[in-house]
Design a binder for this molecule. Structure first.
Ligand code: HEC
Length: 201
């Protein structure tokens, strides 16, 4: 009998705990995120993503012109992340690119990023176009995501092997990224997304 009583107590304690947890989750979900704030962060996110894209692709194109694809790949390997880090500092944000099929393991999707990538994938499967989104993660962090699509110049490093992607060039890529998953794309394909976390204070 005593055991049964004890058990009941624990069940009761357990459900109180669940209730409390439930209460916490509810408060977290209702963190203020006004329409105006959402609009502002969407705008800001798009501006930062465009600026980051311009910085990256400008340097990349210059590196291709200077030393061809293998040189540009090495350049990208050494410079892409530091460049994005310095832009992150300027904007008090964490700027990243992520995808369901990554080249650099450091770009594997985390937590909310994976949810957005899967939502984008779902939209595309229904023939819809993914759009930029914002989400308040907690009182101090706002997340922004925007889809990334492939364009013709990207295929030189992410295209179809032996067609748009030269085999020798790919050997140079594989040397740096032995686990690369980011090839086989055609112009206009969905590639991944920008992930920008703004620190609000
Ligand atoms: C010169 C070769 C080259 C070209 C051209 C190129 N990329 Fe990449 N891409 C890379 C390399 C190398 C990485 C890994 C960078 C790193 O280590 O941070 C990468 C990484 C990425 C990532 C980050 C996610 C991941 O898989 O790690 C995205 C997104 C991406 N590329 C999209 C594009 C798009 C869009 C274009 C065209 C506008 C493009 N790339 C053109 C070589 C290239």
């Amino acid at each position: 009998m005593a055991i049964a009583h004890k058990f009941k107590f624990w069940v009761l304690a357990g459900s109180t705990f669940l209730l409390l947890l439930g209460a916490c989750t509810t408060t977290q979900k209702t963190v203020e995120f006004s329409e105006k704030e959402q609009k502002d962060y969407l705008q800001k996110g798009q501006m930062v993503a465009q600026q980051s894209f311009a910085a990256l692709s400008g340097r990349l194109m210059a590196a291709i012109e200077q030393g061809g694809i293998p040189h540009a790949v090495k350049y990208c390997n050494a410079a892409a992340l530091p460049l994005i880090d310095s832009l992150s500092n300027v904007h008090q944000a964490n700027i990243r690119r992520t995808s369901l099929k990554v080249r650099n393991r450091q770009d594997v999707a985390q937590g909310w990023e994976k949810e957005v990538l899967e939502a984008y994938q779902g939209l595309l499967a229904e023939g819809k176009k993914p759009a930029p989104v914002v989400k308040k993660l907690d009182p101090k962090r706002v997340a922004f995501a925007a889809p990334i699509f492939m364009a013709q110049p990207c295929l030189k490093c992410h295209g179809k092997l032996g067609e748009t992607l030269n085999e020798q060039h790919y050997a140079a890529i594989k040397q740096l990224y032995p686990q690369d998953q980011a090839i086989g794309y055609v112009d206009g394909d969905w590639r991944g997304m920008w992930s920008i976390t703004f620190f609000t204070k």
